[in-house]
Unconditional design. Sequence first.
Length: 110
Amino acid sequence: MTSKSPLRCAKPARKASNPDLGADFDDFLREEGLYDEAQAIAVKRVLAYELERGMVKAQLTKTAMAKRMGTTRAQLDRLLNPDNPATTLQTLVRAAGAVGKRVKISLVNA
């Protein structure tokens, strides 16, 4: 009897010749010129979600939230629309304050 194991390791597969294989999604978005827009929409979705959570916790209707912010219900609807990235910092700060939060923004290395 030989001491060789009955299990043999297969040779590693060759890497595909596709140059895009293994590239990350951020690189793809940059190449397509979509990175900044996608990032803005992603941030807005998170902010809208957090504000809605704050409204639920504070038991605020949209009408009551708009009143606390000193704005209209239509403007609040635009703020809470995750697909509309156009939001001013002033509006965001007022909305955060209306649910007992504050805005904290930081810049990180790309």
